[in-house]
Design a protein around this ligand. Sequence first.
Ligand code: ZN
Length: 135
Amino acid sequence: MAGRLLVLLRACTTTTTTTTTLRLRSNAVVRPLVRAMATAKGIPTDEEQATGLERRALQALKHGKDPYSMLKPKEYAGTKEEPHIVPCIGTKRLVGCLCEEDNTAIVWFWLHEGDAQRCPSCGSHYKLVHHELPH
Ligand SMILES: [Zn+2]
């Protein structure tokens, strides 16, 4: 029935330019097309329809937190006053320093908990910061 009505409406729109017009039956009701998921409020936002982990991540981002490291890491100068922050769940972490922008080799070294340490090659400062994993 709906398919026939749609074909009939298409025929009406295509024949309006010609002299012959196609008339609908008197009992036919033409309703505007409405999507099944549409509501009176409109299309729901991502936050309204998110569930589970996605919902928790969106709520955390709303409060300025990034528990799942989804955002781009903040860049630091690498100086003694503003060292590169390295999040870690333990007491030490292996860090790779790409000392210069176009270097092809990475300098790897262990970063331990405590004061900031320097890269053995370029001298950039790195500091280990304890990080809790979200559950
Ligand atoms: Zn370096």
